[in-house]
Design a protein around this ligand. Structure first.
Ligand code: ZN
Length: 225
């Protein structure tokens, strides 16, 4: 499977438990991440003068090792600027990685995994990353696994913390994965610049408990696998 995200930490804070669940069941998971996350308001006081994007790139590599990912393609588009990047340019990176995977594992079916299309937190970069995954999945006839939180969790976070979380859009009902969060916790801890003092993350994981909700989006005209 190929996970497609916008920022370093999306793969851990968001998809971490799902990716660990897949890896533990023998699925090879690779990652495309479009930005270095340099625009984050977290971690800016602890970089010791070093560049936040560089620091976050290193954090991503460590987190990917914890999650057991088979490869990371880290791109350098501007954090916050993905909606301005031409669709074809974003898609080409996803397709290039899929091509590499197909060359290594020609007989194994491929699928993509990404944040739900509304972006989960409302971040426009998240929507752009998922849109690229969706276009590529549709073009190549591949299923896409989308992840977000339940309506109850989104509502609670937004009411308590003033966030803009969204749940699943119209369509099929999501299915619940009962997950072990221990691997995710180790991956989250690698993102030192973003994890410490992150009240939203801590509360979300508390509200989610041991359950993640995911939904297969089949290519247009196909039934769900
Ligand atoms: Zn993000």
């Amino acid at each position: 499977m190929l996970a497609v995200v916008a920022h370093p930490d999306d793969e851990s804070f968001g998809l971490g438990a799902v990716l660990a669940h897949l890896v533990a069941r023998g699925v090879s998971v690779s990652l495309v991440c479009f930005t270095h996350g340099e625009a984050s308001t977290l971690g800016t006081d602890a970089t010791g003068g070093s560049d936040l994007g560089t620091r976050r790139a290193a954090e991503l590599r460590q987190a990917a090792d914890q999650l057991g990912l088979d490869g990371v393609t880290l791109l350098d588009y501007p954090d916050g600027g993905l909606p301005a990047v031409p669709d074809a340019e974003l898609d080409a990176h996803v397709e290039a990685r899929l091509g590499q995977l197909a060359a290594v594992r020609p007989r194994e079916p491929a699928a993509l995994v990404a944040f739900e299309r509304a972006g989960v937190t409302g971040h426009l970069d998240h929507r752009a990353a998922t849109a690229a995954a969706w276009r590529v999945a549709t073009r190549h006839g591949l299923p896409l696994l989308e992840w977000t939180v339940s309506p109850e969790v989104a509502h609670a976070l937004n009411a308590e913390l003033g966030t803009r979380f969204t749940s699943f859009g119209p369509g099929a009902s999501p299915c619940a994965l009962h997950v072990d969060r221990s691997v995710q916790a180790r991956a989250v801890a690698c993102h030192v610049s973003q994890a410490s003092g992150n009240a939203v993350l801590a509360r979300r994981l508390e509200l989610q408990g041991a359950v993640e909700l995911v939904r297969w989006l089949p290519p247009a005209g196909h039934d769900a696998p």
